[in-house]
Ligand binder design. Structure first.
Ligand SMILES: Nc1ncnc2c1ncn2[C@@H]1O[C@H](COP(=O)(O)OP(=O)(O)O)[C@@H](O)[C@H]1O
Ligand SMILES: [Mg+2]
Length: 332
């Protein structure tokens, strides 16, 4: 019998099942941005969703946040299908689930003060009195390691790192259980990125947060996540605990991403993949037959099965690793 996930793993807080989201394509028809994604995020853990630009990561995040509606599939948060929530249930979800995006300056109201920005979700959810909110803002600034004096500043006066700390403080304000971080450190300089990653891991540990951490950068995901899903063209092609994934990547695409991580230091590493332009693969129709990774695969070339059968995401025998490849672990 294949070994399932060990029983000691924490329970699931978020469960995504068979999520599909399509967009109109340039040639009429519709292209799948997300094509049947299932994943779950365990309480107090970070799930890292990684893959090159256009693979569908943000679309998964937007469906989880209900910023967009999926064509089909379900998102269950704390056991409840978020599509079926009442208006009151939706308001509650909006305070329990928060987000931090890539460009901190773009996501902050330029005319508001830092204090006003951080207090905004508290005002929106009618949490606390004015005095309590002011105290909470001071506490949050401290939590994200910003000086209290910054409270009266405007976003335009902040550095990228400071602005991202403000965005994190705002996300933490209503004491969420779950945070979606979509390329939250990708716009930052390497040294600032390392500081923000350290801040995030500390906050996660101290506050017991559960996170969906989305990044094109496998090095950053390796640093942050306990469980990793590798996305390619709208699908998860490999999903495993961090140790298993990095010790023995089974899918050729995971190996491609891993090879591209040049330096060993997870915080300062820059990956080559982030600089390649995979658009020609992503913007076209997926092949009607066979594996969608085949055009780039060094293992499948010349193997008839790869050209004729689309490999499903399956649990690999005797491991807790899911992989969608007919020849998992085979080197090209
Ligand atoms: N609002 C949209 N309208 C049309 N196409 C979209 C939209 N959002 C995303 N897409 C397409 O869906 C695919 C996945 O996008 P996205 O989820 O942003 O990927 P990632 O975050 O991995 O870069 C891409 O091909 C993208 O062009
Ligand atoms: Mg994205």
């Amino acid at each position: 019998m294949p070994a399932g996930p060990p029983a000691r793993l924490p329970p699931r807080l978020l469960e995504v099942r068979n999520l599909v989201k399509t967009y109109p394509s340039r040639h009429g028809g519709r292209l799948p941005a997300v094509d049947g994604v299932s994943l779950s995020v365990r309480c107090g853990e970070t799930f890292g969703l990684v893959g090159e630009s256009g693979s569908g990561k943000s679309t998964v995040g937007r469906c989880v946040l209900r910023l967009t509606t999926a064509d089909s599939g379900t998102v269950r948060f704390d056991g409840q299908d978020i599509a079926g929530l009442s208006a009151a249930g939706m308001r509650r979800l909006r305070s329990r689930v928060q987000a931090v995006f890539q460009d901190p300056h773009a996501s902050l109201n330029r005319r508001a003060s830092v204090a006003g920005i951080i207090a905004a979700p508290l005002v929106a959810h009618r949490i606390g009195t004015r005095g309590e909110r002011e105290a909470r803002v001071r506490e949050l600034l401290d939590l994200v390691q910003l000086p209290g004096g910054i409270a009266d500043r405007r976003p335009g006066e902040l550095s990228g790192g400071q602005a991202q700390r403000v965005a994190i403080a705002r996300a933490l304000a209503p004491r969420p259980d779950f945070i979606v971080l979509d390329e939250a450190v990708s716009a930052l300089d390497v040294s600032v990125r390392a500081q923000i990653l350290n801040l995030l891991t500390g906050l996660q540990r101290d506050l017991g947060l559960t996170c969906l951490f989305i990044s094109h950068d496998l090095a950053v995901v390796r640093y942050m996540a306990q469980e990793v899903g590798v996305m390619y063209r709208g699908r998860i092609v490999e999903m495993a605990r961090r140790e298993d994934l990095f010790a023995a990547p089974r899918h050729p695409y995971t190996r491609l991403l891993l090879d591209a991580v040049l330096a060993a230091d997870p915080v300062t590493a820059r990956s080559r993949v982030s600089r390649t332009r995979p658009d020609e693969y992503v913007r076209s129709e997926p092949p009607a037959l066979g594996c969608r990774f085949l055009p780039r695969c060094d293992v499948g070339a010349g193997r008839p099965r790869c050209a004729s059968e689309d490999p499903p995401l399956c649990l690999l025998d005797t491991t807790p690793v899911h992989v969608s490849c007919h020849y998992p672990g085979v080197m090209g």
